[in-house]
Design a protein around this ligand. Structure first.
Ligand SMILES: Nc1ccn([C@@H]2O[C@H](COP(=O)(O)OP(=O)(O)OP(=O)(O)O)[C@@H](O)[C@H]2O)c(=O)n1
Ligand SMILES: C[C@](O)(CO)[C@H](O)COP(=O)(O)O
Length: 219
C-alpha cells in the first residue's frame, strides 16, 4: 500500500520565541526539519513526504536545502491558521487508497522502529497513535484544590499518528474544533477507535528553549 507522511511545520513557535522559526534551528549544524524528514526516508525510501510550511518560509527552506545539499525528495504544502488547517492543506495532496501519517516537524528524534510499527499496524487497525508512560505523579485540579489521580490511567501522546487515508480525509471534513489537539482526536470525533502503541521517550516535541537543551544532550 502507498505510504505518505505529512510533516507539519506551519506553526508560529510562540513558546520557543527567538528570531528563527524553531523548525529551522540547527541541530548538529543542520536544521531540525532535515533530521525529521531523514527519519521517514530511513524508514522507507518510497514513502511520499509532504512538508507543510508557512508560505512565507518556503523560499528560505529551498535555500537551506541547497546550502545543505539536502536531496530527500518531498513536496511542500502551505501552512494553515491552526495545526488542523495545516494538516488539511497537506491532505489535499494525497491520493487513496493509501496509509497516511501525520508527524510534527519539530519531533526530530522519532525512531525508525516507531515509524515502522505505526505504519505496519495502521494497515489493519486504521488509526494508530504512539504513546509513552507518564513518569511523574499527576494531580487533577478541582474546584476546592487538587487531588492525585491514578497515573497508570494516562499516556502521553506523540506523533507520527498513522491512519487509513480515507478515514483521515473523512475526519478532516468535520468543522474545526479547538478540542482537536491532534489527529487522533479528529477521527475519534467520528466514533472511531484508536490503537495505541509504544512511542520512544526521546521523541520530544521541541516546544520551549528548555527542549533545545535536551535535544543537544540527545545528539
Ligand atoms: N498552524 C499550525 C500550528 C502548528 N503546526 C505544527 O504542529 C506541530 C506542533 O505544534 P507546536 O509545537 O505547538 O508548534 P507551534 O504551534 O509552532 O508552537 P506555539 O504553540 O508555541 O506557537 C509543529 O510542528 C507546528 O509547526 C502547524 O503545522 N500549523
Ligand atoms: C500532536 C501533538 O504533538 C501530540 O502530542 C500535540 O497535541 C501538539 O500540540 P500543540 O498544542 O500543537 O503543541
Amino acid at each position: 500500500m502507498k505510504k505518505y507522511v505529512l510533516i507539519v511545520a506551519g506553526g508560529k513557535g510562540l513558546r520557543m520565541g527567538g528570531e528563527q522559526p524553531k523548525q529551522f534551528l540547527p541541530l548538529k549544524g543542520r536544521p531540525v526539519l532535515m533530521h525529521t524528514l531523514e527519519q521517514f526516508y530511513r524508514s522507507d525510501v518510497a514513502m511520499e513526504i509532504i512538508l507543510v510550511l508557512p508560505y512565507e518560509q518556503q523560499n528560505y527552506w529551498k535555500q537551506l536545502c541547497e546550502e545543505h545539499h539536502f536531496t530527500i525528495k518531498h513536496r511542500v504544502a502551505d501552512g494553515g491558521e491552526s495545526r488542523f488547517h495545516s494538516v488539511k492543506n497537506g491532505l489535499s495532496l494525497i491520493e487513496t487508497p493509501s496509509i497516511v501519517g501525520v508527524h510534527d516537524g519539530v519531533r526530530p528524534f522519532v525512531s525508525v522502529d516507531v515509524i515502522n510499527r505505526c505504519y505496519e499496524l495502521a494497515v489493519t487497525k486504521k488509526a494508530v497513535v504512539p504513546v509513552v508512560d507518564v513518569v511523574d505523579t499527576v494531580r487533577h485540579i478541582t474546584n476546592n484544590g487538587s487531588e492525585t489521580v491514578d497515573r497508570s490511567a494516562y499516556k502521553l501522546v506523540q506523533t507520527p499518528q498513522v491512519f487509513n487515508a480515507d478515514l483521515l480525509l473523512k475526519g478532516y471534513e468535520q468543522p474545526y474544533s479547538s478540542a482537536f489537539t491532534d489527529d487522533a482526536s479528529v477521527v475519534e470525533a467520528m466514533g472511531v477507535k484508536v490503537t495505541l502503541t509504544p512511542g520512544n521517550r526521546e521523541n520530544i516535541k521541541l516546544t520551549t528553549p528548555f527542549d533545545l537543551k535536551v535535544a543537544e544532550a540527545l545528539l
